[in-house]
Design a protein around this ligand. Structure first.
Ligand SMILES: NC(=O)c1ccc[n+]([C@@H]2O[C@H](COP(=O)([O-])OP(=O)(O)OC[C@H]3O[C@@H](n4cnc5c(N)ncnc54)[C@H](OP(=O)(O)O)[C@@H]3O)[C@@H](O)[C@H]2O)c1
Length: 253
């Protein structure tokens, strides 16, 4: 069996795996028997969730900021030293910092673009050689239903623009890395029940009820993980440059 080409035993790197969708991704890959490396600015908030996986080394939880180039370089060195390759990279860490359009500050714009758009490029860049050493490498970018549609329920313009840029990044990276055998895809969720909504849970429910034409259900982090697992699997071996919607019909109208 070549390395990293079957579920179980794959080396998975997830940015922002300590909350919401990222934590569900860590759960899903750990349940598949894979080895997960993840990080966030405050990883302690979730370290109690996986005591067994941490103890047996199936999960490596690091403290780091995805916008910090020195941290990304150390992360790549660690992955190289431990595993010598990366099979699956999920660019998941993301933020929504403002609301409105002309009301958003330049600081919010810069931070949003730095975390949601530039960092996925930077992390892919430092992992590219490690991905090339995998038998079945894939990068998956977590986008948003807000990326391609200027709905009023997508409250932050800087967020929508960052995710629209991420969708183009998915396609450009797929084009650039395809000849090296690396697939690059995205998943665009609708309203997901996660910590990202903070105390705006009433708004979260209201938008899902209004926009999610299928069942009006809020998307669960595990629903997003299912799509990521598919894109990471051999079943998707010829899929690249695509972003799959997991939005219960949010973007239909
Ligand atoms: N929730 C939704 O409705 C929804 C819908 C569509 C798309 N999405 C996307 O899904 C992804 C995950 O969001 P979520 O809903 O799971 O949100 P979340 O619960 O707030 O989780 C975000 C994760 O990213 C980490 N993170 C944020 N900034 C970081 C940084 N600078 N460096 C390292 N880690 C950082 C956070 O940890 P720390 O704070 O400890 O750094 C956290 O682990 C995001 O890209 C988001 O845009 C979410």
């Amino acid at each position: 069996m070549t390395r990293g080409d079957s579920e179980g035993g794959r080396v998975v790197c997830i940015s922002g795996g300590t909350s919401g969708i990222g934590a569900a991704l860590a759960d899903a890959f750990l349940a598949s028997g894979d080895r997960v490396y993840t990080f966030s600015r405050d990883p302690r908030k979730l370290s109690a969730r996986w005591p067994d996986a941490l103890a047996r080394g199936a999960l490596v939880l690091l403290e780091g900021d995805v916008t910090n180039a020195a941290f990304l370089a150390r992360l790549a060195e660690r992955l190289d030293a431990d595993a010598g390759r990366v099979d699956i990279l999920v660019n998941n860490a993301g933020v929504i910092l403002g609301a409105g359009t002309v009301d958003e500050s330049l600081e919010q714009w810069r931070a949003t673009l730095e975390i949601n758009l530039i960092a996925p490029f930077a992390l892919t860049q430092v992992c590219a050689d490690l991905l090339e050493r995998s038998a079945a490498p894939v990068v998956i970018n977590i986008s948003s239903a807000c990326a391609q549609h200027p709905f009023s329920t997508c409250t932050s313009t800087s967020y929508s623009v960052s995710k629209a840029g991420l969708d183009m990044l998915t396609q450009r990276l797929a084009l650039a890395l395809g000849p090296r055998g690396i697939r690059v895809n995205g998943v665009a969720p609708g309203v997901v029940d996660s910590e990202m909504w903070g105390d705006a849970t009433d708004l979260m429910r209201e938008i899902a009820a209004r926009r999610h034409v299928l069942r009006q259900e809020i998307v669960k982090p595990a629903d997003v993980a299912e799509a990521v697992l598919f894109l990471a699997s051999a079943r998707a071996r010829l899929i690249t440059g695509t972003t799959i919607k997991v939005d219960a019909g949010y973007t239909l109208g």
